[in-house]
Design a protein. Structure first.
Length: 260
C-alpha cells in the first residue's frame, strides 16, 4: 500500500482569482521537493489591500491566523505563510503542534549561513517597516547591509507578469548597488510576489539570491524530516482559545468585502 502524502498548507495573504493563485503556486517550480509532500495553497477570506503600514500588519496577522488555525485538524503536517511579513506565524505556532514557517526571518537567517551581510531587494520603500520589524525581533540590523527599493508599484495579484522587461533590469541595477556600494554578500528578494525574478537575477549576479517562498517550503520539508517543530516554551498555548470567534470575525469580514 502506498503511504499517503504529507500535506503542507501554504496560506496566501490576499483573496484572489484561481488564475492569480496559480502565479503563487508557480513558486513550487524549479525546486526539488520530496514526492511524499503535497502542497495546498489557500487564500485568506479577507485582509489588507497591501502590506505597507502597521495598520496592515494587524489585519494581516488576523487574516493569516484564521486561514491556518485549523490546519492540524484538517490533516496538514505543516504550514507556510506566503508573505515576507511572517504575518500570523507566531499566533499559528501557539495553537498548532505542526511546524509553521514564514519566509521573512527564515530568509535572513539563511542568508547568514551563506555570507556575513545581506541586502533586501524590494519594490517600494513603503515596505521597509516590514523588514525593520523582522530585523528588530532578530537583532540583526548590523547584518543587513541595506534595503534597496526600485520604487515600482507592487501587484499582489498579477505579480511581475507582463512587467518583466521593465522590472528585472531595475532589480539587477539595485542588486549591484547593494553589492558594490553597500557590501552585501547575499541578496534576499523582499517579497514572495517577486519570485518570478529569481532565475533572471541568480544567473546574472555574483552572490547568492534567496527566493523566500521556496526557502520556507524547504524548511518545512526539513522540519518534517527531522521531526522538529516550534518550542512550546517559546509559543505557549492560549489559556482560553477563541478560534470560533476568530473564524466568525473573518467570515463577517469576507461578507463585508464582497458587498463593497
Amino acid at each position: 500500500m502506498t503511504a499517503a502524502k504529507k500535506k503542507i498548507l501554504v496560506v496566501v495573504p490576499f483573496a484572489m482569482s484561481p488564475e492569480n493563485l496559480a502565479l503563487r503556486q508557480a513558486q513550487l517550480k524549479g525546486i526539488d521537493l520530496s514526492p511524499d509532500l503535497a502542497f495546498e495553497f489557500r487564500t485568506v477570506k479577507a485582509g489588507p489591500v497591501n502590506y505597507s503600514s502597521h495598520h496592515d500588519f494587524v489585519l494581516a496577522d488576523t487574516a493569516n491566523f484564521e486561514a491556518g488555525c485549523r490546519a492540524q485538524d484538517e490533516g496538514f503536517a505543516a504550514v507556510c505563510i506566503d508573505t515576507m511579513s511572517d504575518s500570523g506565524v507566531a499566533a499559528l505556532r501557539s495553537v498548532l503542534d505542526i511546524p509553521v514557517f514564514g519566509p521573512g526571518k527564515v530568509s535572513m537567517l539563511a542568508a547568514l549561513m551563506l555570507g556575513d551581510k545581506f541586502s533586501v531587494l524590494t519594490m517600494a520603500s513603503r515596505w521597509k517597516p516590514l523588514y525593520k520589524k523582522a530585523l528588530d525581533e532578530l537583532g540583526l540590523h548590523h547584518k543587513c547591509a541595506s534595503v534597496r527599493a526600485i520604487e515600482v508599484p507592487a501587484d499582489n495579484q498579477a505579480l511581475l507578469s507582463g512587467k518583466e522587461e521593465d522590472v528585472f533590469p531595475l532589480l539587477e541595477k539595485a542588486a549591484y548597488e547593494a553589492i558594490e556600494q553597500d557590501g552585501a554578500e547575499v541578496l534576499i528578494l523582499g517579497s514572495t510576489t517577486m519570485h518570478q525574478s529569481h532565475v533572471y537575477l541568480s544567473q546574472r549576479l555574483p552572490v547568492p539570491v534567496i527566493n523566500p517562498g521556496p526557502l520556507s517550503y524547504k524548511m518545512a520539508e526539513a522540519a518534517l524530516g527531522l521531526g522538529l517543530s516550534q518550542s512550546r516554551k517559546a509559543y505557549p498555548r492560549p489559556m482560553h482559545p477563541r478560534l470560533d470567534m476568530l473564524q466568525d470575525m473573518m467570515s463577517a469580514a469576507q461578507q463585508s468585502v464582497n458587498r463593497s
